[in-house]
Ligand binder design. Structure first.
Ligand code: CP
Length: 324
């Protein structure tokens, strides 16, 4: 598997985190367990542990982000690392400096980890292939390809609410699957955790070809797709990644695929409602659902801190235990 050697050390520990694909069930479970131990830290009066004191983590975000960038920053600070947030719009990349030259200059400052978000699929893999051996790379979202920490925090959220047995769960992912790195990562993670029934629900134009090969059941009718669902994950229409008019209108999408309390009647009564954000009210769901008692959308954000603490501490700490 392409990422396996880059992501995982010979002894099974985490080296880089580039995608869910290539991880093992054991390693994903270990990351979720570690995140569980960090969840309490965020509730303490002093929200810090000294695990990464003296380490330097660089946030390199070439694309917009609210949740991912800030929770990576908070997670690094709660681990006592020094954090650099590179403002790309004010960096020398706008003067034509290449990505590799930017990296080389940051490496010269003796950093320990890059957290990268980039519009190009494969950007994090490219960087991991080119950094010095002591530096870890964490993918914070690359193009349509992968957003592994988002999927991990989603799995963490599901596990906390529904328990560790994913085999008895029916999970429906509703929305723009075609352009979604989050959907790809969630599908891989749900499969890795042996989820009983993984469904994707969307218009034909927003579902990639041959996606049944990913081990999902495909639905083009919302009511059929969410019937008896234990968890419904909604996804945003990614207009910025759509090359043509794939939908007649947002209004029509909402009529057919927007989730309302009324349409939720076919799901399990205790269905959990999730969304990675940003949400578009009145497009993928209405406010009654987004803010309702079954919604855990803001809990997902909170869990992002513990999950990112786990990933960063495992990648960096592991390097100290096994010097290269
Ligand atoms: N879910 C997510 O990746 O949100 P941001 O784009 O705000 O980071």
């Amino acid at each position: 598997m392409k990422n396996r050697n880059l992501q995982i050390r010979d002894d099974g520990g985490l080296r880089h985190l580039l995608s869910i694909s290539g991880l093992t069930n054991e390693l994903l479970t270990r990351i979720l367990d570690t995140a569980e131990s960090f969840a309490g830290v965020t509730e303490q009066t002093v929200k810090k542990v000294p695990l990464l004191r003296g380490k330097t983590i660089v946030n390199l975000f070439f694309e917009a982000s609210t949740r991912t960038r800030t929770t990576f920053e908070l997670a690094a600070k709660r681990l006592s690392a020094d954090v650099l947030n590179i403002n790309i719009t004010q960096s020398s990349t706008i003067k034509g400096e290449s990505l590799l030259d930017t990296l080389r200059n940051l490496e010269a400052m003796h950093v320990d980890m890059f957290v990268i978000r980039h519009a190009d699929s494969g950007a994090a893999h490219f960087i991991a292939s080119n950094v010095e051996p002591h530096i870890s790379v964490i993918n914070a979202g690359d193009g349509r390809h992968s957003h592994p920490t988002q999927a991990m925090l989603d799995m963490f959220t599901i596990r906390r609410i529904k328990g560790p047995d994913f085999g008895r769960l029916r999970v429906a992912i509703v929305g723009d699957i075609m352009h979604s790195r989050v959907a790809r990562s969630q599908i891989h993670a749900l499969n890795l955790l042996n989820t009983g029934d993984v469904r994707i629900v969307a218009p034909k134009t927003l579902i990639p070809a041959h996606c049944e090969a990913l081990g999902v059941h495909v639905f083009h009718d919302l009511q059929e797709g969410i019937r008896d669902a234990d968890v419904i994950i909604m996804l945003r229409l990614q207009r910025e990644r759509m090359l043509g008019a794939l939908l007649p209108s947002e209004h029509e999408y909402y009529e057919l695929f927007g989730v309302t309390e009324e349409k939720l009647a076919v799901a399990k009564p205790d269905v959990t409602i999730m969304h990675p954000g940003p949400i578009n009210r009145g497009v993928e769901m209405d406010s009654e659902v987004a803010d309702g008692s079954r919604s855990v959308i803001l809990e997902q954000v909170t869990h992002g801190i513990a999950v990112r603490m786990a990933v960063m501490s495992m990648a960096i700490r592991h390097r100290e235990e096994t010097p290269e």
